[in-house]
Structure formats: structure tokens, C-alpha cells
Design a protein around this ligand. Structure first.
Ligand code: ADP
Length: 633
């Protein structure tokens, strides 16, 4: 059972590693495709409205004046909406001499109710006629209600009327009743906004707009209408006061500056705070009673006059763009560190939002952003767990490695104690015993020679153990310097003394030239090892009858110790490597001369541990010179 579980684990482990990047990629593609099936209009409307609200391409142009019929005017005139013809006539007589370019009457006045009103009705009609005869444009904007289109009363109809309706997003897109689109025509008839905008464009010398070839316009089947998303040239909210507005009664009493209506589009209509039907939701605010309809009519006309409409970019583009993002981000997140993955994800998201915002503000292009943003989220959230698994594995491997290193470390530790106690002590005992036997058998040459050989091998073994022990200590950083102030010459001479017997045996002459020195701070034990190794090598690698010079001197900064021999020398290729671990020169001599290849490696290490330097010069067949320099402090 245990075995089976282990096998299963192994199998799963293998699968995950092998398909590390394929699985998340397939998952990502699957989910991204899934999102393509749904429009996420509510989310998109948030992005859309943001672009509209902070549209850098929008500008408030002072081309429209709105005359509002409201509670204040009711009170002032002592009348009620839609007011008597006397008031309408008074309104006209006050501002017509100002020569407004176009007048939109967005109300349905009833027929005259009294004889008196009848007289004023005629006067009102006359006023419109004379206004039109001087080149002004007048038109009623009528509503559509459950009984259909409402018409102006007989007698006024002849002045022209068009539907003036707002399109609230209640059937399409976000279905949140926000005004985002303008209706251009219904069942083929132009809407008041289009009529007014074209008249004004003519006045400005601009070409006529046709609803079927307006940028971004599309046919909405359920309304049988051509619509277009328009760009708000300013905030439609009453509190922002960006639209020029004047109450009805102020015009009636002539309370407005001269030239106020000159060449303007004047929109007359109701805006009663008590009537929520006079207000709409807009991308700027979704609270009621903030944006009066009459302002929205003005803004739609303004956007058409400027021909500033929104052009939706095809969804296919968004889908292709999304897939490219998936590809790029997947590769990046898979390769990069988690933090850079997160940074690039956030930057990409901000970049897309910024890009969509810019192309909207500059060109009026509406890039459908939701799918792009969602794709980024999906990539990120699908890849993160996979990355976490991979990360966990690496961490696990590192932990295992650390454990192993610890184990090796403790093995080394055991090895050190084994070497130092369990091996060194018996070796010391052997050499002690050999010494004693040598004394006992003095004079018996053959036995003495044999014992000398035992002694040599014991020394060799001891050297070997010491070197290995040092190496182990170095590698586990267990070597601490114990510095004391000492005269280098003293140690050098005692080391050389120690080799006198050996040198004599090999008929080698040891010369010392020691200049007087000040004591310096050194680890005596290690320095002894440095000196004896160099002298020992010089003796070892020089043939019979050679000379070894040992010199010391100093200057202000350094103390120099030089060991020079006129022995076999070291070749050019070998000299670069003599300080390497376990490196031994391969020549005829090296076979017969015993060694570990650790001596010079340790010497260099010890010298550098003291902050010193070691160098070597040599010539094959002529000899070798090792120079050690230690800090003169
Ligand atoms: P070992 O002496 O144990 O082989 P070392 O690290 O002390 O190891 O020396 C490395 C090699 O450098 C030796 O094998 C030897 O060939 C060469 N070498 C060292 N000192 C001398 C010398 N004075 N003359 C010639 N060769 C030398």
C-alpha cells in the first residue's frame, strides 16, 4: 500500500513538472474563450462611463442657451406649465431681436384657452413667422408617449416639428437607463437633434450629416432607429453649471446681457425639480434629479454639430488582442520572478486602460476593454498556483540540499575527530615505539635501517593525516587564527634545524641568511607549517649535493621569507597550478617522491589567511624560488 502511494506521488509529481507550462496555458485559453461568450456589459459600462467622464477631447462650446421653465418661473409669472401664449409671446418679443440662430421649442403648448389667449396665440404665431422670415430656424421638439407622437396644436404644426427623444440604455448594452446614445432617426425620420445640428452646421459652413454614414452610427432593430453613442462635450449636471442656462421669467423681463442669444441655438423647455421625468441618468452620475433632459438635448446637438461621435472598435479585434495578451503574459509569468510577474500584470492592465482612454479621447474610438482586463486576470490567477507549485518544489529541493549539506557537515566533523584522535594517536604511538626500539638496537645496522624506513613511512602518514585534517578544517571554516607577536627568524631557524638531519642524509646544504626583524603578529603553528612545507619541498625536489637558501628580510610594509633551491625546477605549464588542491607535477621524480599535492595549497591558504602573499619563480633544471610576504605589523 505504502509503495503504491509512493508510486502515485511520483507519478503526479512527474506529470506536474512535465506539463508545467502546458496545463495552465490550456486552462487560460479555455477560460478566456468562455469570457468571449458573454458581453459583461455592466462592467464595460463602468469603463465606458469613465472614458466619457474624463474625455480629454471634450470642450464646452458656448453655442447653446437653454431657457428653462421651472418652479421659479411658475411662481414669478403666476402661471403653470405650459404657460399662456401671452408669456410665450413676451418671451419671444424679448429675445428675438437678439437674433438667435435656431430655436427649439421642447414643449407641447395646448391650444389657446380663452379669447384673450387666442389673441396672444396669433401674436405668437406672427412672431415666429417674422423670425423665420429673417433667416431664423424654428422647430418644435415633441415627445413620444404611449399614444404615440404628440403634435403641436393646430396652427402651430405648420412651423415644423420633430421628435425630441432621449435614448436610455434600457434594452441594449448595460440596461442601466443611462443616456449614452443619441437617436438620429426613427423609422427614417430625422430627430430634432439631427435637424438642428445640420441647420447649425450649415450656418458654420460645415457639411450636412447623414445618419447612415455618421461615424459609429448603427441601426437598432427594436427601436427601428439609427443611433450613435455621442461624446458629452461637458458635464450635463446642473450643479456643474457648464451649460448656459437662463430661467424663462428672466428672459420675459429682459434680465439678460446684450448679445446673450446672438447666433445661438436656443432650447426652450421644462426642467421641474418636482418632475423626475425631466431628468435622466448619465455617465457622470446615476442619481436622479442631477442631469436635466433639456441639457442632454443640448449636449446631443452639440456633439452632432461638432461631429464628435463614438466609434466602436470591432469585438473581433478585442478577441485577437486578448489572445495575444494571453500568449505574452503566460510566457512572461512562466519565466519571470513572481514579483516581476505581478508588476508586468499590473502595468499591462494600467497600460490597456490608458490606451483605451487615450484612443477614446483623441479619436473617439471605443475599445471594448472588459475582455482584455479579464483575460489578464485569468492569466494571472491561473498561472499563480502553478507557479506556486513550481516555487514550492524548488524551495523543497533547496531545503533538501541544505539538509544534505548539514549531514555532510556533521560527517566532516566526525571525520575530523576520527583523524585527530583515532588516527593521529596510534601513529604517534608507533613512532614513539620505533624510537624506543631504535635505542635498544643501536649498532645493529640492518635492523636500524629497517626501523628508519618504518619511521619515514610513519612521518609520511602523519604528514598526510595533518594535511587532510587541515583541508577539512578549511572547508568547514573551522580554522581560527591565534596570532601572537613573534620573531619570524626564530621559527624559520627552528624549522631549518629540524630538517638538518634529513638534508644531511640527502647531502643537501641548507644556508640561512636571516636579516634582523621586528616581531610580527602571526599564528605560530600555521607559520611553522608554511616554512617547513617550503623547506621540505626544496629538500624533497632537489637532488643530491644541491643547495637550499633560506632568506628573510623586511621593508616598511612586508616581511619576506624566501626559499631558493637549485633543484629540478617546475615547468611553465605546471607552475600555474602548483597551488591548486591535490595538484602534483607529473614527471619521473614525482613517482618516487611521495606527496599529497596539498602542501602548497595549504601554504597559500595560510599565507593569505595572514593577509600575505606567496609567489613562485622557477626554471626547469635550474631551480625554484618561493617568496612569502607577510604584513610587517
Ligand atoms: P606535494 O609535495 O605533496 O606533492 P605540494 O603541494 O607541496 O605537494 O607541491 C605540489 C607540486 O609542486 C609537487 O608535486 C612538486 O612537483 C612541485 N614542487 C613543489 N615545490 C617544489 C620545488 N621546490 N622544486 C620543484 N618542484 C616543486
Amino acid at each position: 500500500m505504502k509503495l503504491m502511494i509512493q508510486k502515485l506521488k511520483k507519478y503526479l509529481n512527474f506529470k506536474i513538472t512535465e506539463t508545467n507550462s502546458l496545463y495552465p496555458f490550456i486552462f487560460t485559453l479555455f477560460f478566456v474563450f468562455l469570457t468571449f461568450q458573454y458581453p459583461f456589459s455592466t462592467l464595460e459600462s463602468i469603463f465606458y462611463d469613465f472614458r466619457v467622464r474624463y474625455d480629454l477631447g471634450s470642450s464646452t462650446k458656448n453655442q447653446i442657451v437653454v431657457i428653462t421653465m421651472d418652479e421659479e418661473s411658475d411662481e414669478f409669472l403666476g402661471e403653470q406649465y405650459p404657460y399662456t401664449y401671452a408669456s410665450h409671446y413676451r418671451l419671444f418679443s424679448k429675445f428675438l431681436n437678439e437674433q438667435p440662430k435656431i430655436i427649439n421649442y421642447l414643449l407641447n403648448p395646448l391650444g389657446p384657452e380663452s379669447e384673450m389667449d387666442g389673441k396672444n396665440f396669433i401674436k405668437f404665431k406672427k412672431a415666429i413667422k417674422s423670425y423665420k422670415s429673417t433667416g431664423g430656424y424654428f422647430r418644435f421638439g415633441v415627445k413620444m408617449d404611449v399614444w404615440g407622437e404628440q403634435y403641436p396644436p393646430i396652427g402651430l404644426k405648420e412651423f415644423g416639428y420633430s421628435l425630441a427623444v432621449l435614448n436610455r440604455d434600457d434594452l441594449e448594452f448595460s440596461k442601466d437607463k443611462v443616456v449614452r446614445r443619441a437617436i438620429l432617426n426613427i423609422s427614417g425620420d430625422d430627430i430634432l437633434h439631427m435637424w438642428t445640428a445640420n441647420k447649425f452646421r450649415k450656418f458654420l459652413g460645415k457639411n450636412k450629416l447623414e445618419s447612415h454614414n455618421l461615424k459609429g452610427a448603427f441601426y437598432q432593430r427594436d427601436l427601428d432607429a439609427t443611433v450613435v453613442s455621442f461624446r458629452y462635450s461637458s458635464s450635463p449636471m446642473e450643479k456643474d453649471k457648464q451649460i448656459v442656462k437662463i430661467p424663462f421669467h428672466k428672459v420675459v423681463v429682459g434680465n439678460f446681457p446684450k448679445g446673450f442669444f446672438k447666433d445661438k441655438i436656443v432650447i426652450v423647455g421644462p426642467s421641474y425639480i418636482s418632475n423626475s421625468g425631466d431628468y435622466s441618468f448619465t455617465p457622470f452620475d446615476r442619481e436622479s434629479l442631477k442631469a436635466p433632459n433639456i441639457f442632454l438635448h443640448g449636449l446631443i446637438i452639440q456633439s452632432l454639430v461638432e461631429n464628435k461621435t463614438v466609434i466602436p472598435i470591432s469585438k473581433t479585434f478585442t478577441y485577437i488582442f486578448s489572445l495575444l495578451i494571453v500568449l505574452f503574459l503566460s510566457i512572461f509569468i512562466n519565466k519571470a520572478q513572481p514579483t516581476s510577474g505581478l508588476i508586468i500584470t499590473i502595468s499591462l492592465m494600467c497600460g490597456i486602460l490608458l490606451f483605451s482612454f487615450c484612443i477614446f479621447s483623441i479619436f473617439g474610438y471605443w475599445l471594448y476593454t472588459t475582455h482584455l482586463i479579464m483575460s489578464i486576470f485569468i492569466v494571472y490567477y491561473i498561472w499563480v498556483p502553478f507557479r506556486a507549485i513550481a516555487e514550492y518544489k524548488t524551495r523543497f529541493a533547496i531545503q533538501e540540499e541544505a539538509k544534505l549539506i548539514k549531514e555532510v557537515e556533521s560527517l566532516k566533523q566526525n571525520f575530523i575527530s576520527l583523524m585527530s584522535h583515532d588516527l593521529k594517536t596510534p601513529v604517534a604511538k608507533i613512532s614513539g615505539m620505533v624510537d624506543i626500539i631504535m635505542m635498544q638496537v643501536r649498532g645493529q645496522t640492518e635492523i636500524e635501517n629497517n626501523l628508519n624506513m618504518v619511521m619515514d613511512s610513519t612521518k609520511e602518514l602523519n604528514n598526510f593525516i595533518t594535511s587532510i585534517l587541515d583541508l577539512t578544517k578549511i572547508e568547514s571554516s573551522k580554522l581560527n587564527l591565534q596570532k601572537t607577536s613573534k620573531d619570524v627568524n626564530q621559527i624559520v631557524s627552528s624549522v631549518v634545524e629540524g630538517f638538518m638531519f634529513e638534508a644531511e642524509r640527502k647531502e643537501i646544504k641548507l644556508n640561512m641568511e636571516l636579516s634582523p626583524l621586528y616581531p610580527i603578529k602571526i599564528d605560530v603553528g600555521l607559520f611553522r607549517r608554511i616554512a617547513s612545507n617550503l623547506v621540505e619541498n626544496a629538500i624533497k625536489y632537489s637532488g643530491k649535493g644541491k643547495v637550499v637558501d633560506i632568506k628573510t628580510w623586511d621593508d616598511e610594509k612586508w616581511v619576506y621569507i624566501e626559499v631558493i633551491d637549485n633543484g629540478v625546477g617546475i615547468g611553465k605549464n605546471d607552475i600555474k597550478r602548483v597551488f591548486d588542491r591535490f595538484y602534483r607535477v607529473k614527471n619521473d621524480a614525482s613517482h618516487s617522491i611521495k606527496g599529497t599535492g596539498l602542501g602548497l595549497y595549504l601554504v597559500k591558504y595560510f599565507v593569505e589567511l595572514h593577509g600575505g602573499k606567496i609567489s613562485v619563480e622557477s626554471e626547469l633544471g635550474r631551480g625554484t624560488r618561493f617568496k612569502v610576504q607577510l604584513l610587517n605589523v
